[in-house]
Design a protein around this ligand. Structure first.
Ligand code: FES
Ligand code: MG
Length: 566
């Protein structure tokens, strides 16, 4: 044993007299009613992300109580602390703009406060990535506990859950197919229990990735938020954190080139969210592991989509859980995975898979011989429009549009899009490519989920369901369509996307993995000379983001938060 200080003796405040600092800390802690005996225990910090703004975290108080129970039964002192909490629909300009703030806040609190291990309670899209980024940088033993997915609601012979059904109904409303009264009624039926979105959106994809990386048990990725198992998982998370104090396994031991590659395989086999790629890249980057889009593409060619959940398929997360969840999925992928990666207990992935139940419902988790798709859900594209890459979720796209060369209709930013997309005199045909620029990580828009450009109203009314759409922003993990995202470099960073004008011809070739702007170099040079870079925000977080944010293909982290600091 080393004599590294434990519990409240860690991270002593600096008053120039260590013993006095400890004396002061204990006396203030005692003012909260803790006994001397309690204050001598090792400490498990609990990142408490309950917030009245975060519906997806509504169950956090209950989970926190169960974590505390687990910690105390295992002989340590649980101390919960608040951090930034981010809920998708509650933040402007977008939750993504604040993911790195939550990561920074969480890392600072994990590092500055006295704790020997931590349980991170997250769930909504940006919270789990932020917490894993923080864990990687603080590098103290951390257990991830997600709030878990909501249950779908039965409604008039179908099931509804956030938020693929939200989009489906909204598209029908825009097409004039669903009335204003009806859309108002459905609004109250889309999200009816605690928990994260009930489909394979970003939150669910990130939960599966966190489990694959080893930060929580495999079945914890999908156990419903309201199920008693979720509380037992919380209790177990507390106990695991205490075990980690004596037998530390640090985030840097979990986030490795091999485990990140396993996570990419899982992302592909799930037909998971495109956002998860940005987040996984950022998490890996904190541990010095690079995610390369060309490698992703190679993995995608040999990794089948096996999970049949919305937004690309039929089921909800509760179906995935009942069908065998991550254990069943990883068994199918076995020969494609690095089986020697470990979890927080030091168990190899092979051991984790073999420990699970053999039951599988093939409706939702397919056998390798009968995949949903023989190839993975994502492809990466490169070309004169995206020199550093872009991405397309082919599992959510229309194959008939995979090879498209067409005239493009360009929107300069979100305001321009909102002002013109629904006007009756918009010069647009179903064959055109819609392009949105100035929405990347560097812009005040903050890389929002606006990549799912609405079908212009006049075309939607005529029955058009999909068109090729392109941008430097993201789309929701619960969305679908032939949508090219994360074009890098973004328009605001001086990328070719910033030079595209309405009427230019653009070519998408999924077969060749190309995305090209068919404009003469001389003309582009003329436009480049006239291009003006965006203004630097005057102050605050926006300014820090502007000065430091990396491009989407690098995870859109802040440069100074990466291990090399640049
Ligand atoms: Fe929180 Fe979807 S809004 S997970
Ligand atoms: Mg989402």
């Amino acid at each position: 044993m080393t004599d590294t200080p434990k519990g409240l003796s860690r991270n002593v405040a600096n008053y120039g007299d260590r013993d006095f600092a400890l004396y002061l800390r204990r006396s203030f802690a005692a003012s909260m009613g803790y006994s001397r005996q309690a204050l001598e225990k090792p400490v498990v910090g609990i990142a408490d992300t309950a917030s009245d703004y975060n519906n997806c975290h509504r169950s956090v108080p209950e989970l926190k109580d169960a974590v505390k129970r687990g910690v105390m039964m295992a002989g340590a002192l649980p101390l919960a602390f608040p951090t930034v909490s981010l809920c998708e629909p509650s933040l402007t300009p977008t939750s993504m703009h604040y993911r790195n703030l939550m990561a920074l806040d969480t890392e600072a609190m994990l590092s500055a406060q006295p704790m020997d291990a931590a349980v991170l309670i997250g769930g909504c899209d940006k919270t789990v990535p932020a917490q894993l980024m923080a864990a990687a940088s603080a590098d103290i033993p951390c257990v991830m506990l997600v709030t878990g997915p909501m249950l779908a609601q039965r409604f008039e012979g179908e099931r509804l859950a956030a938020c693929t059904d939200c989009r489906r109904y909204w598209a029908r409303y825009r097409a004039g197919d669903v009335s204003a009264d009806r859309i108002g009624e459905i609004e109250g039926k889309l999200a009816t229990t605690a928990g994260t979105c009930g489909v394979m959106g970003t939150a669910s994809t990130m939960a599966c990735i966190a489990a694959t990386l080893g930060f929580m048990p495999l079945m914890a990725a999908s156990a419903p938020a309201v199920h008693a198992d979720r509380l037992r998982l919380a209790e177990e998370a507390g106990a695991t954190a205490v075990r980690l104090i004596a037998n530390p396994i640090r985030p840097s031991q979990l986030i490795t080139a091999k485990s990140v590659e396993n996570a990419l395989r899982v992302l592909l086999a799930l037909g998971g969210s495109t956002n998860a790629l940005v987040h996984l890249t950022a998490i890996a980057g904190r541990a010095g592991v690079t995610v390369d889009l060309k490698r992703l593409d190679a993995l995608s060619e040999e990794t089948p989509v096996l999970v049949d959940l919305k937004p690309t398929g039929d089921g909800y997360m509760e179906d995935f859980h009942a069908a065998g969840g991550m254990v069943a999925l990883l068994r199918e992928l076995r020969d494609l995975l690095h089986l020697d990666t470990i979890d927080l207990h030091g168990r190899t992935l092979a051991e984790q898979i073999d420990a699970g139940t053999p039951f599988v419902d093939r409706t939702y988790i397919r056998a390798r011989a009968e995949p949903v798709s023989p190839v993975g859900g994502l492809v990466s594209l490169f070309g004169t429009l995206a020199p550093d890459g872009a991405i397309l979720k082919r599992s959510a796209a229309t194959p008939a549009l995979f090879e498209t060369e067409a005239r493009c209709l360009v929107f300069d930013g979100l305001a321009d899009l909102a002002a013109r997309i629904d006007s009756d005199d918009l010069d647009v045909t179903p064959q055109d490519i819609l392009i949105l620029k100035n929405t990347g990580p560097l812009t005040p828009a903050g890389m929002p989920e606006a990549g799912y450009l609405p079908i212009p109203k006049k075309l939607a009314r005529a029955g058009v369901k999909d068109m090729v759409r392109m941008s430097d922003c993201r789309m929701s993990g619960t969305a679908f369509g032939t949508i090219v995202l994360h074009i890098t470099p973004e328009a605001a960073a001086g990328g070719p996307l910033g030079l595209v004008e309405t009427g230019d011809r653009v070519r998408l070739s999924v077969k060749d993995r190309r995305l090209d702007l068919l404009v003469e170099e001389a003309e582009l040079a003329r436009r480049r000379a006239a291009w003006t870079p965006p203004a630097r925000p005057r102050r605050g977080w926006d300014r820090l983001v502007f000065d430091q944010v990396l491009q989407a293909t690098e995870g859109a982290d802040l440069a100074f938060l990466r291990p090399d600091g640049e």
